[in-house]
Design a binder for this molecule. Structure first.
Ligand SMILES: Nc1nc2c(c(=O)[nH]1)N[C@H]1C(S)=C(S)[C@@H](COP(=O)(O)O)O[C@H]1N2
Ligand SMILES: [Mo]
Length: 238
């Protein structure tokens, strides 16, 4: 058992090592730019398969005490905080698409009326910083079952108010700590931190936590993502 765990840890470390060297390294062989690119993408696709195979849907990400929370939190997006779009919570509707039986859109009030859960977990950005925060919201698995999503599909995809987009594998979507977060530190999310609804998925890196989600879809067609399409490893479990 001990050996199996150690081996699994080693594979995880290898997979994550490749994740963290891929985005920032700017590696390009001037003589064969396409070959270098294809090689890195093939490595990343291999990484996705290893990480998907190793993912244990019952293993929980670490949780923390209230006094460990990073306050103030740290903002990150592909643009400056002054450019953050503001979504009107009163008229907000979460649109649903793909392999879902009931695609009626969800208001914020309807989402708030569902059973909520809260977590004190760590968000790790691929840039190398981490914050601990308290998020509260609806378990994504509960929500998917509620709307009649086909949970045999491979992907859940998200489109955001700022044009950001991302997607996750179904086993990770059904993980108990994966939530559609509505609150941070007991108060509704603010625009920089993903108002009105963001994904909080502590088993994955920060860029897999889309903020200000406007559309959610369930699909078997690979949806990619904003950073994923630029070479960041898609699975990116942490
Ligand atoms: N809509 C949207 N969501 C996003 C991003 C973004 O640019 N736009 N950036 C991602 C990245 S790279 C990180 S690290 C986290 C940062 O979340 P925070 O601002 O709450 O720390 O949001 C993720 N979700
Ligand atoms: Mo990030």
């Amino acid at each position: 058992m001990k050996n199996v765990n150690r081996r699994s840890m080693l594979f995880r470390a290898m997979a994550l090592g490749a994740v963290s060297t891929l985005p920032g390294c700017d590696y390009e062989d001037p003589a064969h730019p396409d070959i270098a690119d294809k090689f890195l993408h093939a490595m990343s696709a291999w990484n996705d398969r290893v990480q998907e195979a190793l993912f244990d849907p019952h293993t929980l990400a670490p949780t923390f005490r209230a006094d460990q929370i990073t306050n103030p939190p740290r903002f990150n997006a592909f643009y400056d905080i002054s450019q953050v779009p503001v979504v009107d919570p009163a008229t907000y509707q979460l649109e649903l698409g793909g392999q879902i039986q009931d695609k009626s859109p969800w208001t914020l009030a309807a989402l708030n009326a569902l059973a909520q859960t809260s977590q004190i977990t760590r968000l790790t950005c691929v840039e190398g910083w981490r914050v601990i925060g308290e998020w509260e919201g609806v378990p994504l698995g509960d929500f998917l079952r509620r709307i009649g999503a086909d949970t045999t599909c491979r992907y859940v995809s998200f489109k955001c108010a700022d044009g950001y987009y991302s997607s996750i594998d179904m086993p990770s979507a059904l993980h108990p700590q994966t939530i559609l977060a509505l609150k941070f530190l007991g108060a509704p999310l603010t625009p920089p931190f993903g108002a009105p609804v963001r994904l909080r998925i502590p088993t994955k890196l920060g860029f897999k936590n889309p903020k200000s989600i406007m559309q959610l879809a369930v699909t078997n067609i690979y949806p990619g993502g904003y950073w994923e399409d630029q070479g960041y490893n898609w699975f990116s479990g942490s």
